[in-house]
Design a protein around this ligand. Sequence first.
Ligand code: 4AD
Ligand code: MG
Length: 443
Amino acid sequence: MRGLGWAPVHTIGEVLRGTLAGQHVQLRGWLHRNRASGQIAFPQLRDSTGVIQCVARRDSLSPEQFDAIAKLLPESSLRLQGMVRADPRAPGGFEVAVDGIEVVAAVDPARPFPLRGDEGDEFLLDNRHLWLRSTSMTAALKVRAQVFRAIDDFFAQEGYYEVQSPSFVSGACEGGSTLFKVEYGDEEQKEVYLTQSWQLYAEAMVQGLEHIYTVAPSFRAEKSRTRRHLTEFWHCEAEAAWMGNDGIMEVEERLIFHIVDWCLRTVAPELTALGRDLGTLRQVRLPFPRYRYEEAVELAASKGAEISMGEDFTYAVEKILTGDLTVPIFITHFPTAIKPFYHRPDPADPTHVLCNDLLAPSGYGEIVGAGERCVTLEELLARMQKQGIDPAPYEWYLDLRRYGAVPHAGFGMGIDRVVAWICGADHIKNVVPFPRMMRRVYP
Ligand code: 4AD
Ligand code: MG
């Protein structure tokens, strides 16, 4: 078979944009679908930029080339060349009249490519390494890539330093029930866990850098099997010195707005392909409505959710609370008893803390957890004592209150949840390449 060489080629995206009509192109990719009769074949070729319909006639190819393409199974890799023609009947408006093809690697005919998308969740998860090339996964991952870009762009614009913290940690940040214990192998260091949040380290680093952020995995041994829980998720966290709860809320909402706006500008076609209604996304405007905890409980109850005053919002409750909303909302000033030890009690009402959760609309619920931190040693020790936390492993963290502590605040945003909301995905796993859940670590 005639080799087509490894020279730079065109992309399918370029062909679909229309400027190559009437030109001869070389393409490479994977066989998306194939339909053939004795004299003519209609292979569809896919690369990372799109899918194009091709027409291969027996009389335009060598007999070996025509036979190869006619019986080629979907997901085989190949190179082809031919003339681009505008054709209104072709999906995308253009097709390629093939005059040369080279199969790079065929699919094992004993085990044809198994995935159409209707095989069921577990099957698709078992075959994640193959399902990742589906058009829906590819679209979601393109959106995901832009969300990461938007985050970096935002913090660069706001003058934040990016800084990293370790994944092996010696103390809990978000409570013991979701800690992953690690076999660390050091006799001296009995308690080693995977990090739930960079926050405690950020509170140290913020005293040198003042405005910082990170993008990193966090780990939670989540027993809850919901549409929004992973055991390993990507966490965008920020911390700022000289900032309070109101200030950090403004940073959060600007960030969310920036991400949504960025995605509308960069991946609108992918969002549309995923079935996302762009009109609803465009309704995201600043500022986001703010509700105090009690107001939010009443609002949720009025919508039929089961929640009593003093209880935390479960996923089920957040789903009802935000189901009919089109914009994110803040819930602020949670009862002190239901929030982790580091949250600062409101000086005006110490039964509540200066904190906020940001909830995405349309039933997605919490995407950001945030707030102001305890500043004085007394305040912090009192919170730890109340929650029955042994201060010993936190000695270094307590030190931060002994050496020039300043008011500071920060937040953690679940990136996978934000991507799920922006894509309109019905499960968080649909926007993560290899999702990690309690019962899923393969492949
Ligand atoms: O609300 P959380 O637990 O807050 C913290 O970890 C703070 N220490 C953050 C900070 O102030 N620096 O987690 C923050 C966010 C949640 O709002 C949620 O979006 C996401 O992290 N998240 C998860 N995402 C996917 N799967 C899970 N199991 C998650 N747990 C939290
Ligand atoms: Mg939270």
